[in-house]
Write a protein of this length. Structure first.
Lengths: 172, 204
C-alpha cells in the first residue's frame, strides 16, 4: 500500500516538525517587569527567558499596544562610560536561559499610548527571529525598584518552568 | 670640633621631632572602602539651576555630605538603576540620610528642564536634587571631575542617547572630594563610606 505508507511518512515528518516547532513554544518567560519613569520618558523592560528546547532561539524584539516603539538594547559601562547599543537579537541557548536585567540587555519602551503606573500589568509580545511570538505580561514597578521584586516569584507566563535557585546564564 | 657638631645634631633632632609631631597632628586618613580621591580632585564647585528653578552653587551644599552622579532622564536603564541603588543606600542610612544629598546632574540640559528634573528625582528619593542649566556650565562641571559625555546621533524620530561617565563621587561636608565609586560598587561599601563621612564633623 504505497499511498498509505507515504501518508505515514508525511505524518511522521509533520510530527518531527512539530517537535522543533517554533522558538516561542520552548521559551518560558519569568521575572518580567518594567521600570516606570515619570511622564513619557522611555522605560526599561526586563525578563528572564528560559529555553527547554534542544535548539538555541533568539529574541529579536517586542511589540506592544501600550508603547509605540520598542527596541532591544544593551547597556555597557566600559572604560567608565555608560553607553547603550541597539541589538539585533539575543540568543537563548538550548536548555539554557538569557537574562534581560538592569545594566545589561533590556527592551527600551518608548511613546506610551496610555499612562502606565506601578502595579499595572503591561502585555508585551516578545518576538523571536523565526517569526514566532510569546505574549508576556510585565509588572510595572516604581522608578526606584532595583529588581522584579520578591512578590514576582511567580513566573509571568508559565507557572511551573523556572527553578529560581538556578543561576541564569546570559547567552550571547 | 665637638662644639661645632652639636648644634647640627640638635637641629637634626629638632627636625625629626617636628616631623613626627606634624605627622601626629595630621588627622588619620579615613578608612574608606571606595577609591579614596582625597586631595586628588577639586572641591565641589559649580553654578547650575536646581529642580526648583533656583540658581545654585557648590557652596550652597556645604554642610551636607554630597553624592554626585551625572546622567539624563531619557536614559531608561543605567541612570535609573544607579539612582535606585542610591535610594536604597539612603534608606539604609536611616535618619542619618538627612545629612546627605544626592546631586543628579543632567548631561542633557536641553531636554532636562528644572520641571522634568523635579518630577524625575522625586520618583527616586527625597534626598535627591536635580541639577541642570547652561550646557557650558554642565560641561565644565563634568570636566572638573575628569568625566565626559557625548550626545549620540538622533534617530529618525529625533530621540537620542547620551553616553556619559558612570562614576559616583562622594564629597564631605566641606565640599572636599573624598571617594569615587563605579555603578557596580557594592551598596555596603557606599553605605560604609557615607557613614564615615557623616560621622566626620558635624554640620556647621
Amino acid at each position: 500500500m504505497k499511498p498509505r505508507s507515504l501518508s505515514f511518512l508525511l505524518a511522521g515528518l509533520l510530527l518531527a516538525g512539530g517537535v522543533h516547532a517554533s522558538a516561542a513554544e520552548h521559551v518560558h518567560a519569568s521575572h518580567a517587569w518594567i521600570r516606570v519613569l515619570p511622564g513619557n520618558l522611555p522605560a526599561g523592560a526586563y525578563v528572564t527567558l528560559s529555553n527547554d528546547g534542544g535548539k538555541a532561539v533568539a529574541l529579536s524584539g517586542a511589540d506592544s499596544a501600550t508603547y509605540g516603539d520598542v527596541m532591544l538594547h544593551q547597556s555597557s559601562s566600559e572604560g567608565g562610560m555608560s553607553r547603550m547599543m541597539m541589538v539585533d537579537s539575543l540568543s537563548v541557548p538550548a536548555h539554557g536561559s538569557a537574562v534581560l536585567a538592569p545594566a545589561g540587555y533590556h527592551l527600551m519602551l518608548m511613546k506610551p499610548t496610555r499612562p502606565v503606573k506601578p502595579g499595572d500589568l503591561v502585555r508585551l509580545i516578545l518576538k523571536f527571529t523565526d517569526g514566532s511570538t510569546l505574549p508576556t505580561d510585565f509588572l510595572a514597578r516604581p522608578a526606584n525598584a532595583v529588581d522584579a521584586g520578591e512578590d514576582q516569584a511567580v513566573p509571568a507566563t508559565d507557572m511551573k518552568s523556572m527553578d529560581h535557585a538556578a543561576m541564569p546564564q546570559v547567552g550571547h | 670640633m665637638k662644639p661645632r657638631h652639636l648644634p647640627r645634631a640638635a637641629l637634626l633632632l629638632l627636625l625629626v621631632v617636628s616631623l613626627l609631631l606634624g605627622g601626629c597632628q595630621r588627622s588619620e586618613p579615613l578608612p574608606l572602602r571606595l577609591t579614596n580621591v582625597s586631595g586628588h580632585m577639586p572641591d565641589l564647585d559649580f553654578k547650575l539651576i536646581d529642580d526648583h528653578g533656583k540658581t545654585v552653587t557648590g557652596a550652597d551644599y556645604r554642610g551636607k555630605v554630597v553624592v554626585l552622579y551625572f546622567g539624563y532622564t531619557h536614559c531608561p536603564d543605567v541612570c535609573p538603576l544607579t539612582l535606585a541603588h542610591l535610594h536604597v543606600v539612603m534608606q539604609r542610612l536611616g535618619a542619618l540620610a538627612d545629612g546627605a544629598l544626592i546631586l543628579f546632574v543632567s548631561v542633557d540640559p536641553t531636554r532636562d528642564t528644572p520641571d522634568v528634573m523635579h518630577t524625575y528625582v522625586n520618583a527616586f528619593d527625597p534626598h535627591a536634587v536635580g541639577l541642570t542649566g547652561d550646557p557650558r556650565m554642565v560641561e565644565s562641571l563634568v570636566k572638573r571631575y575628569r568625566s565626559s559625555f557625548t550626545r549620540e546621533p538622533a534617530s529618525i524620530d529625533g530621540n537620542y542617547e547620551v553616553s556619559h561617565g558612570s562614576a559616583i563621587y562622594l564629597f564631605d561636608r566641606d565640599g572636599h572630594a573624598r571617594a569615587l565609586a563605579t555603578p557596580a560598587a557594592s551598596q555596603d561599601d557606599i553605605v560604609h563610606d557615607l557613614h564615615l563621612l557623616l560621622d566626620n564633623g558635624a554640620a556647621p
